[in-house]
Design a protein around this ligand. Structure first.
Ligand SMILES: [Zn+2]
Length: 206
């Protein structure tokens, strides 16, 4: 008994292949935008879900793992000690941190408004942290580490995200710990022209 003609079977096969192909396209499109801007004025969009990978006990955007490994190898070769204290932070996690801080102040008898204000002065508001991208890393170490990172991190695609002389633009104090992965070519340009990410992006748009 023939249920389907060969034409029907061919159609089913083509439809299935199209379906599989479109799924593959969706998966491969889940690439992280290496130049995404998250700052005081640009919260991460709702539903943003970067492609996160676990590496040495931390979570990072998958694109960052290889360059970080390379940079770590060089730090090891030079016997420079360091610790990674923060990498990917989900919006949910930042919400919990923020809420805990607000609760702490509420317990100290501050009003809701006062507690919120105080918490916001210490903790970055959920959705406004660059760590949500999975592209940011905080390094902890001594002077040798910070000097080396400032001079060399760009070779691996990382930039010092909040430089000394850019506070008026970034709205952040100089932060020697916080590095951001942008890729090698942008990092080189940013470093060579003494730019911060905001300046680089506005120049690229023109
Ligand atoms: Zn940071």
């Amino acid at each position: 008994m023939v249920l389907f003609g060969s034409d029907t079977i061919r159609k089913i096969i083509i439809l299935s292949l199209t379906f599989i192909l479109s799924i593959l396209v969706i998966i491969s499109n889940k690439e992280n935008d290496l130049l995404i801007l998250v700052n005081y004025n640009n919260p991460i969009r709702k539903g943003f879900s970067p492609n996160i990978q676990s590496y040495n006990g931390i979570l990072l955007a998958k694109e960052v793992v290889k360059p970080l490994k390379e940079m770590e190898q060089e730090l090891k070769n030079r016997n420079i000690k360091y610790k990674i204290t923060e990498a990917y932070v989900s919006v949910k996690m930042q919400e919990i941190r923020f809420k805990n801080l607000v609760n702490k102040y509420l317990k100290k008898n501050l009003t809701k408004k006062e507690a919120l204000k105080k918490a916001a002065s210490i903790q970055i508001l959920p959705r406004y942290s660059e760590h949500h991208t999975g592209l940011s890393i905080d390094f902890e170490g001594d002077k040798e580490l910070y000097n080396w990172l400032e001079s060399n991190a760009y070779k691996y695609g990382f930039i010092l995200r909040y430089p000394k002389d850019k506070k008026s633009i970034t709205k952040y104090e100089y932060n020697k710990m916080h590095y951001r992965y942008v890729g090698k070519s942008p990092a080189r340009k940013i470093r060579k022209n003494n730019l911060c990410l905001e300046e680089y992006l506005s120049k690229e748009e023109k």
